[in-house]
Design a protein around this ligand. Structure first.
Ligand code: GTP
Length: 261
């Protein structure tokens, strides 16, 4: 509550002065003084209400900002979780794809991936009139290896043969496990004759392998059948012809490679 201003003090003194008792101006001044007080009271009330509103608005603003900050932090957290989740999904997809396209024992392409690539490469070879050779390779007398030395040694032989294949074939060729001890090699841009040179060399390096079993060196050989995709046949027919050539190689004494008709 503020004290009276000098003018107000003067009016208070005039109204209190007994010498102006009964003076007609005193009555008018007294009424004016009352109205002035009334007005002052109202102005103070309005100022108090306005102050109250201002502080409520300020508090509301502060609490809105705090809520906004909190929600922003929560959103950032959700975004981080979602990023991590997406990365996990990508890793999972990659390992699922790997598991569904690679052979678990040897790590090379499985039949599914080979079939996929066969379809793509045969379409490409036909469209551009390019050669495509397909090779079926089968380890000789593998059952005897399993029976005499056990399945584990048999597995090691499979792995060694795969390493030999990988080091002999060219970068854009693809070798994969067709099933059991049978492998398929896909050679884009190769005629049957060109494939024959690579495959003969591969036969020699398999024969030179020598898988160690205790103190013995176990000799391994493989037979191969080669066929070149014809413009008028499906890749399944090419594989059939390579299979027939492989059978011929087996019947002719194994450890050799035969060209399909
Ligand atoms: N260790 C091992 N053996 C397998 C695997 N898959 C298939 N086999 C074996 O491979 C052998 C294939 O035998 P066969 O089809 O009779 O052929 P082979 O003894 O190689 O005789 P030829 O092909 O005529 O030279 C079978 O004994 C199968 O059990 C494998 O993943 N690991």
């Amino acid at each position: 509550m503020r004290g009276p201003s000098p003018l107000e003090q003067e009016v208070i003194n005039l109204l209190a002065d007994p010498q102006f008792e009964g003076h007609p101006l005193k009555e008018a001044l007294s009424q004016l003084w009352g109205a002035h007080h009334d007005l002052l009271g109202r102005i103070e009330r309005i100022a108090r209400v306005s102050d109250g509103y201002q502080s409520i608005a300020r508090e509301r603003e502060l609490s809105l900002a705090a809520r906004f900050d909190k929600q922003l932090r929560q959103l950032e957290k959700v975004a981080r979780i979602s990023d991590r989740y997406q990365m996990m999904m990508q890793d999972l997809n990659a390992s699922l794809r790997e598991a569904s396209t690679l052979d678990t024992l040897t790590g090379i392409a499985n039949r599914r991936l080979l079939t996929e690539r066969l379809r793509e490469e045969s379409e490409r070879a036909k469209r551009y009139g390019r050669p495509l050779a397909v090779v079926m390779l089968d380890i000789d007398r593998f059952k005897v290896i399993n029976d005499e030395y056990g399945h584990e040694v048999g597995d090691r032989v499979l792995i060694e043969v795969v390493r030999a294949m990988e080091s002999e074939i060219r970068e854009h060729d693809l070798c994969g496990r067709w099933g059991g001890e049978e492998f398929l090699i896909l050679m884009p841009e190769s005629s049957a004759e060109m494939a024959c040179t690579v495959i003969r060399r591969l036969g020699d390096s398999i024969a030179a392998l020598g898988v160690r079993v205790n103190d013995d060196l176990l000799g391994v050989t493989a037979s191969m059948g080669i066929a070149e995709l014809r413009a008028d046949e499906t890749y399944s027919s090419t594989i059939n012809r390579a299979d027939i050539a492989l059978l011929r190689a087996k019947r002719s004494g194994r450890n050799r490679c035969e060209l399909a008709d």
